[in-house]
Design a protein around this ligand. Structure first.
Ligand code: HEM
Length: 195
């Protein structure tokens, strides 16, 4: 569809619009902003990871056209999440930031996930894909490690109710299973090729 990309682009901005409107009304705006941007970074990460299995199951190759944009939105929301923490929580004080990154394991994990997202975002363009070739594929497999770190980060920071991080862990486990040779036997794309 001709307008599918601009429509997706605008749709992906809707959570930000909602966050911007709701933050002003929140009891603790900084906490609200941090939590919502973290949640949306993880949501977009899961959605991005669904693209390849969905393409394989449906045989609809054009889905890949949207993967890059979705991936860049993961970085976009994670960036706002990290900046909120650095600027509003720590007043951009390097010593305070470093102290938190070292002393609080859930921050260490989140920070690592964010650092790993940077090379992926930086190489999400046609020139990098052409230049890096096979290395690009290897580099972008890091997305599974980043997703695992994101879920772990969530588990670690939750104190009581583990339901939501467990849901993310379940989705991620299914996505991992879909990469196994057994699951790949149901690939529509492959079935069509063989018939
Ligand atoms: C520099 C990197 C990061 C830092 C410093 C950081 C820090 C934080 C902090 C302080 C919170 C709030 C904890 C609380 O309110 O008790 C949080 C929540 C969260 N973060 Fe991060 N984070 C980082 C990266 C990430 C990344 C890359 C993801 C996802 C891929 C992520 C996903 C989440 C999620 C899902 C939450 C919980 C939201 C909720 O409570 O509903 N974070 N993070």
């Amino acid at each position: 569809m001709r307008f599918s990309k601009p429509i997706l682009f605008i749709t992906c901005l809707l959570p930000l619009l909602w966050i911007a409107i709701s933050t002003g009304q929140a009891v603790n705006p900084i906490e609200f902003l941090t939590r919502q941007t973290g949640t949306w970074a993880l949501n977009f990460l899961m959605i991005t990871l669904c693209v390849t299995p969905l393409r394989r199951l449906t045989g609809y190759g054009k889905l890949l056209l949207y993967r890059r944009m979705l991936g860049l939105y993961v970085f976009f929301y994670a960036f706002i999440h990290a900046v909120t923490f650095f600027v509003f929580d720590h007043g951009l004080d390097p010593a305070a930031i470093l102290h938190d990154v070292i002393k609080r394991p859930f921050v260490t994990i989140g920070f690592l996930a964010f650092i790993l997202l940077i090379p992926l975002a930086a190489t999400s363009n046609q020139a990098a894909i052409k230049k890096l070739k096979r290395q690009w594929q290897a580099l972008h497999k890091l997305v599974y490690l980043i997703a695992s770190l994101g879920v772990l980060h969530y588990f670690w920071l939750v104190k009581k109710d583990l339901t939501t991080p467990l849901i993310y862990a379940g989705i991620l486990a299914i996505l991992f299973l879909m990469r196994t040779p057994f699951a790949r036997r149901f690939d529509k794309a492959k079935l069509q090729k063989n018939t």
